[in-house]
Design a protein around this ligand. Structure first.
Ligand SMILES: [Zn+2]
Length: 457
């Protein structure tokens, strides 16, 4: 893995060296986006910055508010469609004719968020994703199998092109091909690596015996890279996949604005290594309530502001990702690499405040999931009033595992409460309910239920 030319094993010195490297690039990028009168210059002026020279240090930069987020990104697209007849945003800082590649994500509304790439943006994307492929154990010359959704998704054509640029021969059936075709084509092409979402990986395990007459273990896949949903950070999923395939399993993020992160495999989970430190500032952490910057140190938790340092087309520049990260700085307990890693522990808009303690539903779910198979992994957090403020104790309903005898429920509940107190610094009130009693609603189950008549805002 990369060390970005920094030769120290002291966390504070490492972050300071990265900061210096980044600020050199930032000075140029600030001047570049300042030229974008339609959007970014306006954000600077709104923040009281009247010249790029006003930003004299990384700390000055970190004190600026967020300039972009999903909502503003989409509004910027609407506005540019109206004003210029293209949907790539008023924050498009490069001439439209230089945009050669477009990807998109779509939220629950179905409205797309576009990501535009110039040739340079694409080259750096390929380079950062190439580091990601190398970290997953893929080498140029290997055959890889691409089963992420292809249709405009960042992990789709964008990643497939990066695999080609890296020389790793992607078989691009995509998730759209469907499980039977994916299984047969894997059988034909014998790839070393598989790219798929956790839910697709699970379906391959379950359906291989019926579709191809043998278990996935016989396919010879050595490494699996997941993105798009949580999964690899959950022990039960990692164990199931590594046993079923006999493969290493990694989770990753990347494709958007030169970001690239990947976990390094192994039985325990230690977060995702940042691979694009020299091209992005992805953990400019702020307090999700006060929006003030948080000191960047080992163990820091906050909402991530993402700035791309070299991006030309429509860059993330103080973009509020909404992700709550836990940052690690130091030696990775699994692979030994010294650097930064991140765990995504929740979303800023899910945060609860339990008498001053910040609690993320996803973090509660992760603690409970570690008790599988004594529990099913399904939980609900029941609130008496609208979030984020919660009067303690936080009430959590946990579904028993299929074979957990009712006389053991109390004991399991107390152990989950104890573990929560160690990790979250609050002691929730856990109630165990029978297996199968919490409704399953697919991938994005709402973990929080607010009591009716509580005036949900
Ligand atoms: Zn590692």
């Amino acid at each position: 893995m990369h060390s970005f030319g920094i030769d120290t094993r002291d966390p504070g010195e490492y972050i300071a060296a990265l900061g210096a490297l980044r600020f050199e690039k930032l000075k140029r990028q600030i001047a570049y986006v300042w030229g974008n009168e339609d959007y970014y210059r306006q954000r600077f002026l709104d923040a009281g910055v009247t010249s790029p020279d006003d930003i004299r240090s990384l700390d000055d930069f970190r004190r600026l508010p967020a300039f972009l987020d999903k909502t503003r990104h989409r509004q910027s697209q609407e506005d540019s469609l109206e004003r210029y007849g293209h949907p790539f945003g008023l924050h498009l800082t490069a001439p439209l004719e230089k945009v050669i590649h477009v990807a998109a994500t779509s939220g629950t509304t179905g409205q797309p968020t576009f990501y535009a790439f110039t040739k340079k943006d694409q080259d750096i994307t390929n380079l950062v994703l190439g580091r990601l492929f190398a970290a997953a154990g893929i080498r140029p010359g290997d055959t890889t199998f691409h089963a992420f959704g292809l249709s405009l998704w960042l992990a789709g054509i964008t990643w497939a092109q990066a695999l080609e640029a890296y020389g790793a021969r992607p078989i691009t059936v995509g998730a759209e091909g469907g499980i039977p075709k994916i299984l047969r084509y894997i059988e034909y092409t014998r790839p070393k690596a598989l790219f798929a979402t956790p839910s697709l990986v699970t379906q391959l395990i379950e359906r291989a015996p019926a579709e191809i007459g043998k278990p996935v273990e016989s396919l010879g896949i050595e490494t699996i890279v997941c993105t798009g949903e949580p999964g690899v950070s959950i022990k039960a999923f990692r164990e199931r996949v590594s046993q079923a395939f006999g493969a290493q399993v990694h989770d990753a993020t990347g494709g958007a604005w030169h970001n690239g992160t990947i976990s390094c495999g192994g039985a325990d989970y230690h977060g995702m290594h940042h691979l694009g430190e020299d091209y992005v500032f992805r953990y400019d952490l702020i307090d999700p309530e006060t929006k003030q910057p948080i000191e960047i140190r080992d163990g820091a938790v906050g909402e991530a502001i993402h700035t791309a340092l070299d991006y030309e087309a429509a860059p993330a520049f103080r973009n509020a990702t909404g992700d709550i990260l836990r940052l690690h700085i130091g030696e990775c307990p699994h692979c030994g690499h010294f650097g930064t890693r991140m765990e995504i522990i929740g979303r800023a808009d899910d945060m609860l405040n339990v008498k001053g303690a910040k609690v993320y539903p996803a973090a509660v779910q992760e603690i409970v999931a570690a008790f599988q198979p004594e529990v099913s992994g399904q939980i609900r957090i029941r609130l008496d009033g609208p979030p984020p403020r919660v009067e303690p104790p936080l009430k959590v309903v946990v579904e028993a595992g299929e074979s957990l005898a009712p006389y053991r429920w109390d004991e399991v509940a107390r152990r989950i409460e104890q573990r929560s107190r160690e990790i979250l610094a609050i002691r929730p009130a856990i109630t165990i309910v029978p297996f199968g009693s919490l409704p399953r609603t697919g991938g994005k189950t709402k973990l929080i239920e607010v009591a009716q008549g509580a005036g949900q805002s």
